[in-house]
Design a protein around this ligand. Structure first.
Ligand code: MEV
Length: 438
């Protein structure tokens, strides 16, 4: 039975590896070997990565791919994507190429507002609290001057602080609901610093507010934190073309294809089980670019899924229509992204991703990421309503199966050639692999 450890974080990296290998793995020597294999030979670069988080023992690789041919508002881009799932980059590239010949993607920013809240408890007369909030408002702003100075120089800052009475949902619960413009930064640190200052000023000033009774003076700050639900940090991306140009399938006409696409989206709108998978496909594209650009994909996931249920039922994030024989397919999603701060200037591959993307502003990145999501969804749903997903997916997955089997390069070549004209399935790959081995 393993024992708990104290002071693990104080151990050297080698000691940590020794401890984990000895206590938690069956073959400590091979554990150490694999962890060392993934260390970077450039000690400086390795140190940089080690210092991103705590208790690092090695690096965890994910592939970085590129999907070329994305025409976005007349600008041609290649989009870097970090993802482990086969066929995502291929599907994105295919969709990009398809729309390249049909006018490309059109995008626009609907809003860039970020949100943060100070959650507090107040017991007493609400009208007195409202008066106090009005009185203290200028001080809330002035006390954050040193935090907001640089952001204001860049054109951002605090845009509003609102007192919200939440006592309908929880006794004595109120908020300072605050909005921000954070320009090219995702803004988490800026927002949280402002919020903590608001909380401190609010609490301190309440103590000095003579109109309050002793109980009312005792405002309890529960927490101050940004919200990852940013429904007003919104971007739209769209593709459209005459229905007759939807020549994607050999099996069905473009008219039939357009109808099936619209029906598939209608199903994702109507039915949460389908909507979740439909949106997961969108997130395949979104997360891959969010990761490649060093942004926080958990924040994006949380915000996007909350948006998908904003009207009370979880539903599709994409929309489709046929009007006057024109097929239009679009997405509208909240994406609070940054192109400065965080990992963006630290991780060499993130810096490179930004260079490949032609150094976008946060607004431009929002548009690129929305396009990646829309393209991914177009790719997935167009396969689903025609050939099915497995054909393309298994073709891409073939190399993973062969690598798992330990196939040699010559065996791989032979087997890949065989499946150019045959359907890939796990058992079919096993059969041919074993027959070649014999
Ligand atoms: C798989 O990663 C994504 C799909 O399931 C998306 C979808 O069903 O729309 C193919």
């Amino acid at each position: 039975m393993n024992q708990p450890i104290t002071g693990f974080s104080k151990l050297t990296k080698k000691e940590k590896i020794e401890w984990i290998a000895t206590n938690y793995t069956e073959h400590p020597e091979s554990t150490k070997e694999i962890l060392y294999t993934y260390w970077n030979t450039d000690a400086q670069l390795q140190k940089l990565h080690d210092e991103f988080i705590e208790n690092t023992i090695s690096n965890f690789y994910l592939p970085l791919g590129v999907a070329p041919n994305f025409l976005i508002n007349e600008k041609l881009l290649a989009i870097p994507m970090v993802i482990e799932e086969s066929s995502v980059v291929a599907a994105a590239s295919k969709a990009a190429k398809f729309w390249l010949d049909r006018g490309g993607f059109k995008t626009s920013i609907i809003g860039t507002e970020k949100i943060g809240q100070v959650h507090f408890m107040y017991t007493g007369d609400v009208s007195k609290l409202r008066d106090f909030y009005k009185k203290v408002y200028p001080k809330l702003i002035s006390d954050t001057a040193s935090i907001t100075k640089n952001m204001e120089k860049r054109g951002g800052g605090i845009t509003n602080i609102e007192l919200r009475d939440k006592t309908d949902s929880l006794d004595n619960y109120y908020q300072l609901h605050c909005t921000f413009e954070t320009m090219d930064a995702m803004g988490a640190n800026f927002i949280n610093s402002c919020l903590e200052q608001f909380a401190s000023t609010f609490k301190k000033e309440a103590k000095l507010y003579d109109v309050f009774s002793d109980e009312e003076k005792n405002i309890e700050i529960v927490m101050s934190i940004l919200s990852n639900y940013t429904p007003n940090c919104l971007v739209r991306a769209e593709v459209s073309c005459p229905v007759e140009e939807l020549t994607l399938s050999k099996e069905i006409s473009s008219k039939e294809f357009a109808k099936k696409m619209v029906r598939a989206i209608a199903i994702a709108k109507a039915e949460p089980h389908r909507a979740v998978t439909h949106n997961k496909g969108i997130m395949n594209g979104i997360d891959a670019v969010v990761l490649a650009t060093g942004n926080d994909f958990r924040a994006i996931e949380a915000g996007v899924h909350a948006y998908a249920s904003k009207d009370g039922t979880y539903t599709s994030l994409t929309h489709a229509k046929i009007e006057n024989d024109v097929f239009t397919f679009w997405i509208e999603i909240p994406l609070a992204l940054g192109t400065i701060g965080g990992l963006t200037n630290l991780h060499p591959l993130v810096k490179l991703a930004f260079e490949i993307l032609q150094k976008p502003s946060a607004k431009e990145l929002m548009q690129i990421v929305a396009v990646a999501g829309l393209a991914q969804n177009f790719g997935a749903v167009s396969s689903l309503v025609t050939t099915g997903i497995q054909e393309g997916h298994m073709k891409m997955h073939l190399l993973n199966i062969l690598n798992q089997l330990g196939a040699t390069e010559t065996e791989k070549k032979k087997i890949v050639a065989h499946f150019k004209t045959n359907t890939v399935s796990h058992s079919a790959v096993l059969d041919i692999y074993h027959s070649i081995k014999k």
